[in-house]
Design a binder for this molecule. Structure first.
Ligand SMILES: *[C@@H]1O[C@H](CO)[C@@H](O)[C@H](O)[C@H]1NC(C)=O
Ligand SMILES: *[C@@H]1O[C@H](CO)[C@@H](O)[C@H](O)[C@H]1NC(C)=O
Length: 167
């Protein structure tokens, strides 16, 4: 009996540790709403309102695949620069990239993404356009990491971080 209970508790905590997250870090004074679009079969995630007063961490269900975009207060809700994530990639890897496919002119919302722990690789641009984003359907700019926690910056401003040179 005791064994069964602790085995269950162990499974539960192992699952909790693996939860994937994206933390939104706003670099300017604007307030934005981040809208999420899950691929078919993935859970719907409610929009979140974010601003520079604090970083906002959103938890994703296991195996979530989809994208998100940010809309500034007072602007129309249309998809722009996308943050794409695949938390169920091959071998448990997380795939992610900043994609300009829908609206390459959205230069002031989703900016950069990187794994929280290693800061490498980084996708996106400090200032758009750059060649470290995903511009065309056959563009090979998807990044991978074995981490499950991704940071995403929004808006203009500098992170003050120096990233490894991206290849
Ligand atoms: C958000 O996170 C970044 C990176 O960890 C940190 O440098 C920054 O100070 C945080 N911003 C706030 C408002 O806490
Ligand atoms: C997520 O990654 C896995 C492993 O590479 C791949 O099979 C799957 O097609 C990806 N999902 C999407 C929507 O790209």
């Amino acid at each position: 009996m005791h064994f069964a209970t602790s085995a269950l508790a162990f499974v539960a905590s192992a699952v909790a540790v693996k939860a994937a997250t994206v933390t939104f870090w706003t670099l300017d004074d604007a307030q934005r709403t981040v809208h999420f679009t899950g691929n078919p079969g993935c859970a719907q995630i409610d929009p979140v309102t974010v601003n520079g007063e604090k970083n906002t961490t959103v938890e994703f269900p296991d195996r979530w695949v989809g994208n998100f975009y940010a809309v500034q207060d007072g602007q129309a809700n249309t998809p722009g620069m996308l943050g794409e994530v695949n938390f169920s990639g091959w071998n448990g890897l997380t795939y992610f990239d900043v994609s300009a496919i829908v609206n390459p002119n959205d230069h002031d919302n989703v900016k950069q993404m990187w794994p929280k722990g290693s800061l490498n690789p980084m996708s996106g641009c400090d200032v758009f356009p750059c060649n470290n984003a995903y511009w065309l359907p056959d563009d090979v700019q998807t990044k991978t990491t074995n981490e499950c926690d991704i940071i995403t910056t929004l808006g203009s401003g500098s992170t003050g971080l120096s990233f490894a040179e991206q290849t």
